[in-house]
Unconditional design. Structure first.
Length: 441
């Protein structure tokens, strides 16, 4: 009987560093294709650039600090496992819930973008229907097997990266430094704080790499290679995309469409200005841009499944969520549960608000993870750490400070959504205390 239980809670190790790079970049890459440009409306080129500068520093220091935790404690729960070991079960639960909120709420926003994109080509099918079909297809792929899911992710991520390089090459001849200074700070420095969620969207969910640690071959080595190369790739793509797109004709060109409405398609808008809508480069970027959305949608579904799975495995959520499908060795029940919540979120149609709530979860995760890391260094100095973050303790402290400031700024500029986020945490924590009290003692 014990053997059966272990088998039902053990994930299969199949991932190497290249697959991890594909997952890490794939989780995030949709942020280069849509959403980030709406931060220009808040802060202008300078405001969003300043916000992005500090967010890049946060992600670099956070990622390598998080890599230390992932290599020392290679478990599917990621932040949840680190917090529970460093800070205890109460903070572990809150860190895990923040992670769940981030990973479960980000996919619906991307699914709606996929639906809106494909609806242009197949107008007979509604945006909502396409989004639901996307959920069914990619949840099924993740249930089938992590190696198949990661292989697919790698392929579409490479295509999405190549597309960004094509865009940059096409935009470069039309780039002018003067365009970066047009109306660069329309709302003053307060706009830089308002732009923070959109700067975060450039990199949201990169930490999902840690959630496949239990499915990684030689995680102590491969996580460092895969995770580190992914964040460096993303920083380069972020800077390249930001500068080349704004440099064509200023930030307003890639925010507002022909009708003056805020658009989720900054790259096609930039190329339309440079070449016209009938040019092959415009058609190429517009058509292949779907791969960037699919890469992130599929990848975050994968990470979310592992996060929910770990919650169920330790009893902080219903135990059935912590079971592994016996044939495919994947967390099928957790994946289906997350899909159900995601489809419910689709019916709200509130893409921007869903993104912001996901960002609240991400920043909470970063704050709790960095505090956990500092606590573990003190509590368990002899814990085997195959990788140690450079410049300790400055790296985690810098990540902690920037994440804290960003969280406060987001709360001030999104009081209603902050109330919803804290409400979800409060209700779930109360449920945890009432029904799982025996796990806290």
């Amino acid at each position: 009987m014990a053997t059966t239980t272990k088998s039902s809670e053990t994930l299969d190790r199949t991932l190497g560093p290249l697959m991890l790079w594909g997952l890490g970049v794939g989780y995030v890459i949709s942020g280069m294709y849509f959403g980030w440009n709406l931060g220009l409306e808040k802060g202008g080129t300078l405001g969003l650039a300043v916000a992005t500068f500090f967010i890049i520093i946060m992600y670099l220091t956070f990622t390598f600090s998080y890599t230390e935790l992932a290599c020392a404690i290679p478990k599917a729960g990621g932040a949840f496992d680190y917090a529970i070991r460093g800070l205890g079960k109460n903070w572990g639960f809150l860190g895990g819930m923040a992670q769940n909120i981030e990973f479960i709420f980000a996919p619906p926003a991307i699914a709606l973008a996929i639906g809106a994109y494909l609806h242009i080509f197949i107008p007979a099918v509604s945006v909502l229907t396409i989004a639901i079909i996307a959920y069914l297809i990619f949840t099924a792929l993740n249930i089938y097997g992590v190696k198949a899911a990661a292989s697919f992710e790698l392929i579409i991520t490479i295509i999405a990266v190549a597309e960004l390089l094509i865009f940059a090459g096409a935009a470069a001849p039309h780039f002018e430094v003067a365009n970066l200074t047009k109306n660069a700070l329309p709302n003053g420095w307060s706009g830089a704080f308002a732009a923070i969620p959109f700067a975060i969207w450039f990199f949201l969910a990169i930490e999902g790499v840690a959630n496949v640690a239990e499915e990684t071959i030689n995680p102590q080595r491969n996580i460092l290679i895969g995770f580190g190369s992914a964040i460096l790739t993303l920083v380069a793509l972020c800077l390249m995309t930001f500068l080349t797109s704004v440099g064509i004709d200023g930030w307003e060109t890639i925010v507002y469409d022909a009708n003056g409405n805020a658009s989720d398609s900054p790259l096609p808008l930039a190329l339309a200005k440079a070449y016209g809508e009938n040019h092959i480069l415009y058609t190429l970027v517009t058509s292949i841009g779907l791969f960037g959305l699919v890469a992130s949608f599929h990848g975050i579904i994968l990470a979310a499944g592992r996060s929910t799975f770990e919650f169920g495995r330790v009893g902080f959520a219903p135990r059935f969520l912590g079971e592994v499908q016996t044939k495919f060795k994947t967390p099928a029940k957790a994946l289906i549960f997350n899909m159900g919540i995601g489809i419910i979120a689709l019916f709200t149609g509130k893409t921007g608000e869903i993104i912001t709530i996901a960002c609240f979860g991400a920043l909470s995760l970063y704050i709790i993870s960095m505090v956990s890391m500092l606590a573990l260094r003190r509590k368990e100095p002899d814990l085997e750490r195959p990788f140690k973050v450079p410049f300790y303790p400055f790296s985690p402290i810098i990540a902690l400070i920037i994440a804290g400031v960003a969280f406060v700024a987001m709360t001030i500029y999104n009081l209603k959504l902050a109330g919803i986020y804290f409400g979800i945490l409060a209700v779930s924590f109360l449920w945890f205390k009432l029904f799982y009290k025996e796990t806290i003692e």
